[in-house]
Design a protein around this ligand. Sequence first.
Ligand SMILES: [Zn+2]
Length: 298
Amino acid sequence: MRVGLDIGATKVLGAVIGDGGTVVAQARQDTLPGPDGVLESVTTVLDLLAAGLDGALPPHIGIGIPGIVDRKRGTVSHAVNLGLGGDWFPLADRLADRSGASVIVENDLNAATWGAHVLSGADDLAYLALGTGLAAGLVLSGTLRRGAHGAAGEIGHVPVDPAGGLCSCGQRGCLELLASGSAVAAAWPATGAPSAEALFAAAADGNPQAIAARDRFAAGVADAVRMLGLAVDPAVIIIGGGVAHVGEPLLAAVTAALRAQAAPSPFLAALDLASRTTLLPGAAPVGAIGAALIGNAG
Ligand SMILES: [Zn+2]
């Protein structure tokens, strides 16, 4: 068994994971900002997990965290939403000192992609994360593809509209501005339920503006799937991230958009991207599972 921690901007989710990806125990805690805050939040989650297991935690901890990660040193920087700036924060060493465990640190998207690989059993996949932003992770022939500069799968910043808005990356009209949680929130501001759930519910009720906004969003996600299909031709494309909590209605809208894109193109139709696109099963903590099991993969 191993411990996996998924550190997000609002929550730290921890889980004790068996070899096949079975979740033995889970705990969560609000994320406190800054190096000391992150370490304290993580320590609290580990204490909660240990309390549920009679005090004994497995001695291997894997962490998925946003930002730039140096896996060899176990350090992280530029995790802006966590209050970690340009200095390298030695998370693995600090946590190993506190816990006595061996600690591996991985970028959160890579960890979630590995979790999708474990949960789906697919050896060749793209994991399309629809969170605040849009990015994909890749496991190709069983190996995690990080890229020469760690930028593999950053398709959210492929510009698709020369007349589009300015993106936080400095380019104009990036795909992320059309197909992400932020894009949904901008198109369909909602109070209470998350924007994506509210948008899909309103569209299902027949609201014409919601149907138009849903279909624009789904077409953007289909663009992302098509990019992945044409660039790396993975066996499956698995959609995850916060927006994926919408569930089957999201998959139905995206696969409908993929079929519409393929209708005039025998070339695209032959790739049958619609039937290769899926959602992760259930509400499994994919980031924590991947962080626990990724080890030195890739
Ligand atoms: Zn961009």
